[in-house]
Write a new protein. Sequence first.
Length: 350
Amino acid sequence: MKDSQEIEVQETMDTEVPLDKNVRLMSPTQMLVRRFFRSKLSIIGLVMIISLFLFCFAGPLVYTRWSQTDIDKSGMLDYATSEMTYEINGVTYTMQQTLETSKSDNMLSAPSATHPLGTDDQGYDVLIRLMQGGRVSLLVSFLTVFLLTVFGVLMGGIAGYFGGWVDNVIMRICDVLICLPGIPILLIISAAMDGWVAAGMVPESSRIYILMIFLTFISWPGTARLVRGQILSLREQEYMVAAEAMGYSTSRKIFKHLVPNVMPQLIVQMSLSLGSMILYEATLSYLNMGIKAPYTAWGTMINIITTNPDILENHLHVWVPAGICIVIAVLGFNFVGDGLRDALDPKARR
């Protein structure tokens, strides 16, 4: 009896799967992706951004009937009613007549099969300009965020690692730049750029890119302060003492050991900054400081309501789609930024 029980126990032990076989090991990247996709808002934001990119970059490849510089010359008829008053034998008569005017450009037409979103006040197709304008807005925002992040990481890394007078000089520069009003400075630069464009020194299509580069140079202090604060707390860690003992160069210690540990916070800040930069670009274009006709951006398409107030009430198809695209882009990047923040620091949610 005892022997049979021992045999059964031995067979059970042989058939059992070791515990380590039931454990699925996940890399930090896999854990991050899993936590990110647990959030419904993160998925919604990612879908919004992908849809917007497909609309702006793949849309013009499909919708090729018009380009952003094509004006619809098919024309349209405009009708106006006038009244004529005359008097015969003391009796006043009023006669109404309808005047028919033929226009050369098909301006402010309603959505139709020819123009799915109608035309604007110049006869441009609204749909293709919405796609091309999205390309400009998204590219400008990504370019600006990339440049200010690179510059901010460089200056913040140097300030946090060396400290002393180097830190004081860089931080005082940051304090000065933070105090500068961004919009008034850009207004001055834009006024000067009008002369550069007139003289042929700057192409009109590059106007907004130059303005956003100027914006980069006054927007990097926030990133520099973030990187500096993180490096001040990381440079005294044990692995940095080991790197010092092994004789690593300063650039290797900063950019190989310190900056990678700051990347989670930088990724979150970059995703949130993209939404802010899209609003900034839209504001500049709305103030007529960005791209001008025949080229366009989302803010430029909304600026049309300032030149013709009738469009604000009676032609919503001209400017409302651009506003909707701006809202989708800002919400999408903010949702993704919130999801990344929760995924990188799950304790913060609690």
